[in-house]
Design a protein around this ligand. Structure first.
Ligand SMILES: C[S@@+](CC[C@H](N)C(=O)[O-])C[C@H]1O[C@@H](n2cnc3c(N)ncnc32)[C@H](O)[C@@H]1O
Length: 258
């Protein structure tokens, strides 16, 4: 039995992942700190780039270890820096291929944030214009084989959802309810990944879980979850969100009985 199952665990990613048994997770969805100097509660988001990549390489190896054969890794990441462009997504993809993960595809999460842009570079001139990333990637990898085994009765995606989500360009606005966190996931992004890539009853891990978006959506979609984050503050928020989701689910159950 996995001691971390369906719990909000506050701790360091590497130390905590060591407690997850081999081959026990079906889907990992995460977004690591991007190393762009964001104001996290308990993490230095301006590490030396090589040190940052070495640290994450250890996390990717643990990710591979805990996934079942056929298990998926959905990694949300964006290129960082407009003037000093850093193709962080290429570096991560290369690291994951180096450890033998199968690179399946990339989803473009189009965030529709262009209206707010201010960094034009040389405006209206080819001298040095800037491209503003109005999108992020979700890179999808599989461990060992493309197919995830499971019973057809636990496949709960609808025909409409399947057709919509299988188009790799996802138009989803960024989360507006930040809950005191600089970079939370929108629930819709996680809902799509969970429904598309896992069966009901599977286990979904987010080892940089923040305010608990993956945990909450996994609960709502009847999956098990493992949530890890180093910040007690964000873990507290995740607990509250989860309690709220549980209350709403039991109220719904009650009102369907009466
Ligand atoms: C990009 S955010 C993830 C946000 C999350 N997707 C959400 O919806 O709230 C990255 C998270 O990594 C956490 N973190 C940073 N260093 C960590 C470490 N060593 N161990 C565990 N979590 C860490 C930060 O506290 C932060 O919440």
């Amino acid at each position: 039995m996995n001691p971390l199952l369906n719990k909000i665990v506050c701790g360091d990613v590497l130390k905590t992942m060591k407690k997850i048994p081999d081959n026990s997770v079906h889907l990992v969805i995460t977004s690591p700190p991007y190393n762009v100097g964001k104001d996290y509660d308990n993490h230095n988001d301006r590490m030396d780039y090589k040190e940052y990549l070495d640290w994450l390489m250890k996390v990717w190896k643990e990710t591979k270890r805990v996934l079942v054969p056929g298990g998926r890794f959905a990694l949300n990441i964006a290129p960082t820096g407009i003037k000093n462009f850093t193709p962080i997504h290429h570096d991560f993809a290369n690291q994951l291929r180096e450890i033998g993960m199968i690179f399946r595809t990339e989803i473009i999460w189009y965030k529709q944030t262009m209206l707010k842009r201010t960094a034009w570079g040389s405006f209206k001139s080819p001298a040095n214009p800037h491209i503003v990333p109005s999108w992020e990637y979700v890179l999808i990898f599989s461990k060992d084989k493309p197919r995830l085994d499971g019973s057809v009765k636990n496949a709960d995606i609808t025909k409409e959802e399947f057709m919509k989500f299988s188009d790799g360009m996802w138009y989803i606005a960024p989360e507006t309810q930040r809950n005191g966190h600089p970079a939370p996931f929108p629930e819709e992004l996680i809902y799509r990944l969970i429904k598309f890539y896992s069966y009901k009853g599977n286990t979904v891990l987010d080892m940089f879980g923040g305010t608990g978006t993956v945990a909450v959506v996994a609960f709502k979609t009847k999956r098990n979850f493992i949530h890890i984050d180093i910040s007690p503050e964000y873990c507290k928020t995740a607990e509250k969100r989860l309690e709220k989701a549980k209350r709403e689910a039991s109220q719904l159950k009650l009102s369907s009985i009466h």
